[in-house]
Design a protein around this ligand. Structure first.
Ligand code: ZN
Length: 544
């Protein structure tokens, strides 16, 4: 193991990887006495049957049981990397981040074994640009993935491409179809040797079926299958029969995200109403024919009145049930890594693309740049590095790729704006405070966080309904962002606007340099994609 009292340099990182690799020899002995068995369960099979892209793995699952000796052959000295993105997961609803409900015992344990970043931010309010930032280390204006027609361009180097170059097997399971925002059509498969689309049956199937089949049958389908359960099953099967080491596994889960069929958030039993204390009895979350997330979308667009207090609380308890379900599936995944002797040689990152609002600023879902949406969880566990540190200071999702590459001794991605957090992972006193820039071109807004200040600019959106176009908060004294100080502190606002402008200019210049004259390719939005995106609220009636 390296001396983590000193900063980990790339050469040290290589040695660190080597020492881990050597220790795996001992682990192989443990592995050899583990009985290999098929890990098939009914829910997994049912979900797989819904997903054409995963069919190959469902077949493979029948022949699980590769000998442990085969796993050890050709094992590299580098650690494996597991990057988990839980879509729409806000950190203040995790007990790991101090939430009063016990939603995340597994992540609490993971945080005790690694470093929890208390002030991690997204660069965007929605899935597509945020994931592009995670995988490129770039701000949205630099990677240029800003609208649903933008795809990740081939000239941007991604984490998967680099890890592939470094000899990693690179595999992804994303909770969407090809045309979804983390799907292959948007360029996310680049660099992955295997890229599995794993659409959520709740949203992509039940949402459409809801209008056509009996509600009781629909409810049965809902409760029988949690998509994460099937996804984790696939990852575990792949660990047994498909993988080569070292591997980079990227797993994106959509289970916490809002849903459009019956209730706005819904987890399988027993998690569904575990925090609702009977409040769901005789409750349907509808206003006329508008139900679930369809209703929330109409509220977000200002076409329907806000939820009442009781309904907001029900939305929260349902969401929290989804978080607890997700946490339990992570537990299954980590237990699976341990059972295969892989846990001690795997770097684990758990994060999200953005949070979710429950009317803290008058809106539901994720449509504004307030803290409940821009703050994300970030827990990084590196075997042999610090355990139990809670890091303060602002870090960004664009720092994830640079950190992982620094840990294995690889150079930064081309143009990467994110920075390595290795010093924070390895030194108790080290704190980095980068500040953050986020944009939301859906609504025409930008955010900058520097020191205790968050400035949100709304060039067009809020101006329409008479709201201030600038919001300034001191989140050290006002974390809930209740008191807009923009009028009281014009000099702070002016300074932050200037800083934001400079950063935007730098990002645009970087985008131009990285493109080197190549055309920015757009995504063809198919009819199927259009229908699916409409169901999610990303295409509004006036767009059609
Ligand atoms: Zn998302």
């Amino acid at each position: 193991m390296p001396d983590f009292a000193k900063p980990l340099r790339p050469s040290d990182a290589l040695k660190f990887g080597l020492s881990i690799g050597l220790s795996c020899g001992a682990l192989d002995g443990v592995l050899a006495i583990r009985s290999a068995g098929a890990m098939i369960d009914r829910a997994g099979i049912l979900a797989v049957s819904l997903v054409v892209d995963a069919a190959a793995f469902a077949m493979a699952a029948d022949v699980v049981g590769a000998s442990d000796g085969e796993h050890g052959e050709g094992r590299s000295s580098q650690p494996n990397i597991l990057l988990i993105s839980i879509d729409t997961l806000r950190p203040d609803h995790l007990s790991a981040y101090g939430y009063s409900r016990d939603t995340s015992p597994v992540l609490q344990r993971l945080a005790r074994e690694g470093v929890l970043f208390q002030e991690a931010y997204s660069h965007s309010t929605w899935t597509l640009p945020a994931h592009a930032s995670i995988l490129t280390g770039l701000n949205p204006l630099a990677h240029g993935v800003l609208t649903r027609e933008d795809r990740l361009q081939g000239y941007h180097e991604t984490l998967a491409e680099r890890l592939n170059e470094e000899g990693y097997e690179t595999v992804a399971w994303v909770g969407t179809k090809r045309w979804g925002f983390v799907g292959a059509d948007y360029g996310f498969a680049s660099g992955f040797t295997r890229f599995h689309h794993y659409p959520h049956p709740n949203r992509f199937w039940s949402g459409i079926l809801a209008r056509n089949i009996d509600a009781l049958l629909l409810e049965y389908l809902y409760r029988g299958v949690g998509n994460a359960h099937a996804q984790v099953g696939e990852v575990l099967r792949w660990l047994d029969v498909g993988r080569t080491d070292p591997f980079f596994a990227f797993v994106h889960f959509y289970d916490v995200h809002s849903k459009s069929a019956i209730l706005p958030y819904e987890a399988p039993e027993p998690f569904r109403d575990v925090f609702c204390e009977g409040a769901l009895d005789d409750f349907d979350f509808c206003e006329g024919a508008l139900c679930a997330s369809d209703r929330l979308l109409e509220i977000a667009r200002g076409r329907k009145s806000a939820l009442g207090k009781e309904e907001i609380e029900i939305a929260r308890c349902l969401y929290d049930g989804g978080v607890a379900f997700m946490d339990s599936e992570l537990g299954r995944l980590f237990t699976g890594l341990k059972a295969r002797g892989l846990y001690d040689n795997t770097i684990i990152v758990v994060t999200s693309d953005h949070g979710e609002a429950f009317f803290e600023h008058e809106r539901p879902l994720h449509t504004t740049l307030h803290e409940e949406i821009t703050r994300i969880p970030m827990i990084i566990r590196v075997p042999g590095a610090l355990e139990g540190k809670r890091a303060s200071g602002v870090v960004r999702q664009s720092d994830i790729a640079p950190t992982l590459l620094a840990l294995i001794g690889s150079r930064p991605l081309e143009g990467a704006q994110g920075k390595s957090l290795v010093d924070v992972l390895t030194q108790w006193n080290e704190t980095l405070d980068f500040g953050v820039l986020a944009v939301d071109d859906n609504q025409g807004g930008s955010l900058i966080r520097k020191g205790p200040y968050v400035l949100i600019l709304h060039p067009s959106f809020n101006a329409l309904d008479g709201k201030p176009t600038q919001e300034l908060y001191d989140v050290s004294s006002d974390p809930a962002q209740r008191h807009n100080r923009a009028v009281a502190e014009p000099l702070v606002v002016a300074g932050l606007i200037q800083r934001m402008g400079n950063q935007h200019q730098r990002s645009l210049a970087l985008q131009k340099r990285l493109a080197a004259g190549e055309t920015h390719e757009k995504v063809e939005v198919s009819d199927e994609a259009r229908a699916g995106l409409r169901a999610l609220g990303y295409i509004q009636d006036e767009d059609e």
